[in-house]
Design a protein around this ligand. Structure first.
Ligand code: M6R
Length: 600
């Protein structure tokens, strides 16, 4: 969470920084700030709220070709102008932006900074105060910065400027993502290549515990012992139009609509010359070597992991456990003898998942990351990576990454199964094509989902999602989508579980969204619907062609029963989207959230 940018060159930096922050707003959006430096000194502009508020606060008369910026998701201290970044040292000489959490900030404050009065409640401020303390002791800025870094425990991506030197940005990284972008006569710093795609597509990755001296025509990477590290830049393969909303009112709607195309892209990318599905042979053999697979993920990715378990067990016949990453690290189950870990993560940056990856690597276990972001931390650090090819997902609510994860998991399961001599009774590649077509139909049925949202969710306090088998997992995802963007209290339940307690919450008119896409439990889930209707609930049954009945509110096109989650989730996404609109919520940037959760 939090996004940082920096620019050093010949042009005025303000607009470049602001535009960069707009692209990083998905990482946090409760306050923002920039600091620019020119012959008059450092000028800091900060504001509580969005980048649009910051933009209004920036003095357009100030011109400066070096600057840093930050968009915040508060961890230490409430969202406020005072707590927003950049933070400055006591004398105002040093100015800093930070993404991450300094775990030992209190200790460092007591040990080194007892005589310094802090202006903010943040952990960040101690970093900039320490740099000044060590500089006052006679160290150069570079030495003071390095000494400070050696004292920090926790995660950080940092950019620091010194008002005695307009020619340098000091940068460092540990656990939080950070890239240096290269230009002709300028260089930039960003949490994500997307932010600076406006000026360059050439980037250098930074590793943990590295610091970088960034000048307009020179970038020097060092480790914390001061040894210089040479690293080749790469070209970020991002299409600038992928990160624009175009004519859509919200990224979320655009990303929902992109799902059929993403399906087709995945089929294309995971197909060999003979038209067969393919997966890197090393990954298939890692799957085959495993006696049990552990899927570790958070949020929506955890929900796709639950479906992925079904796929892998059914198509490859390898037992799978699915775990929430924030729990797994502290409460590790008894592992099998030859585990393979699969990390599912759209962003590839989720700190809770990364913490588990670090642990299992130390234990010597193999790992595979399935992610949308090539070069992301989880991808770099795992033994293997499979990409989602979904294109940038910007709305905080994950949509196309979920369906992409399911498609890639299905392909992984099928190819592994085949390598073990297991043949499916259907052609996965063909069925995924049918899924893409069915998604098109659903994306063309928006008025119906808008009507459902209006009828069931415009004023309700709560809503339950029920399903059986794989529909239950989609219900969990439906509930998460609805609650995170519309703030309606929503929960997903296994259809048979309600009567064990939750049914007590059913009142006259309580909306129940029931999924009925599984033939073998079609009658049972309908029985569960009757139980809640008898207690006053207002049911909205979403079924599939071939299983539909008169009482159903919407019927999705028929796809293979194993793959229904890929399409039954689309109505959940669209209903949630319209519910949020009806309730005047900020769809793309819901309150209290951020897109990539890079703190534990
Ligand atoms: O980037 P990741 O897939 O690791 O993110 C995991 C969750 O933070 C994420 O899925 C979150 O739950 C979404 N906001 C849900 O829409």
């Amino acid at each position: 969470m939090c996004g940082i940018v920096g620019y050093i060159g010949y042009n005025d930096s303000k607009e470049i920084l602001l535009k960069g922050l707009e692209k990083l707003e998905y990482r946090g959006y409760d306050s923002a700030g920039i600091a620019v430096i020119n012959n008059e000194g450092v000028h800091v502009f900060k504001e509580k709220g969005r980048i649009v508020d910051l933009r209004a606060a920036v003095d357009t008369n100030v011109e400066a070709s070096t600057g840093i910026g930050h968009t915040r998701w508060a961890t230490h201290g409430v969202p406020s102008k005072t707590n927003s970044h950049p933070h400055q040292s006591a004398s105002g000489r040093f100015t800093l932006v930070h993404n991450g959490v300094i775990e030992n900030y209190d200790l460092l404050k007591r040990e080194y900074l007892q005589n310094v009065s802090m202006k903010s409640e943040t952990d960040t401020e101690i970093i900039v105060q320490l740099v000044e303390l060590f500089a006052n002791d006679g160290l150069s800025t570079e030495e003071a910065f390095r000494k400070t870094l050696t004292l920090l425990h926790g995660s950080y991506a940092l950019a620091l400027i010194d008002n005695q030197d307009q020619e340098t940005i000091y940068v460092a990284k540990n656990k939080s993502p950070l890239l240096v972008g290269l230009g002709f006569g300028f260089n930039v710093v960003a949490s994500d290549a997307m932010a600076m795609l406006q000026v360059t597509d050439k980037y250098v990755e930074l590793m943990d515990k590295e610091m970088v001296i960034v000048k307009k025509d020179e970038v020097t990477i060092q480790n914390l012992d001061g040894e210089v590290i040479n690293r080749e830049p790469y070209t970020a393969e991002l299409d600038a139009s992928d990160i624009e909303k175009g004519t859509y009112p919200h990224y979320m709607l655009k990303e929902i609509d992109e799902q059929p195309a993403v399906m087709r892209k995945i089929i294309q990318n995971y197909q060999d010359q003979n038209g067969e599905l393919k997966i890197d042979a090393n990954i298939v053999s890692a799957m085959n070597d495993a006696d049990r697979i552990y899927i570790v993920a958070a949020g929506t990715s955890y929900h796709s992991g639950l479906v992925g378990k079904q796929f892998i067990e059914e198509m490859a016949q390898i037992p799978v456990e699915v775990h929430i990453s924030s729990e797994f690290g502290y409460n590790m189950p008894l592992l099998s003898k030859k585990p393979l870990f699969i990390f599912l993560s759209q962003s590839g940056e989720t700190a809770d998942s990364r913490q588990v990856l670090v642990q299992v690597k130390e234990m010597g276990h193999k790992s595979l990351t399935i992610t949308n972001v090539p070069g992301s931390t989880l991808s770099r650090e795992a033994d293997y990576t499979l990409l989602l090819h979904a294109g940038p997902e910007i709305a905080v609510a994950s949509t196309k990454a979920y369906t992409a994860q399911l498609a890639v998991l299905a392909i992984l399961a099928e190819v592994t199964g085949k390598s073990r001599g297991l043949e499916l009774s259907f052609s996965l590649i063909q069925e995924l094509g049918i899924v893409a077509n069915a998604m098109d139909v659903l994306c063309d049925s928006k008025e119906e989902f808008e009507a459902i949202a209006r009828e069931y969710l415009a004023t309700t306090r709560n809503c339950f999602f029920i399903g059986r088998g794989i529909d239950y997992y989609v219900g969990l995802e439906g509930a998460l989508k609805l609650k995170e963007i519309s703030y309606i209290q929503a929960e997903g339940f296994a259809g048979g579980e309600l009567k064990h307690g939750t049914i007590a919450l059913i009142e006259d008119g309580t909306p129940i969204i029931a999924l009925a896409t599984q033939g073998f439990v079609n009658l049972s889930i309908r029985g569960n619907v009757k139980e809640v209707v008898a207690r006053g609930a207002n049911p909205c049954i979403i079924s599939m062609e071939g299983l539909n009945m008169d009482e159903d509110r919407f019927v999705i096109p028929e796809v293979h029963q194993t793959l229904t989650p890929l399409i039954s989730v689309v109505p959940m996404q669209l209903i949630s989207y319209y519910a949020a609109l009806h309730r005047d919520c900020d769809v793309d940037k819901p309150r209290n959230l951020a897109k990539s959760v890079t703190v534990e």
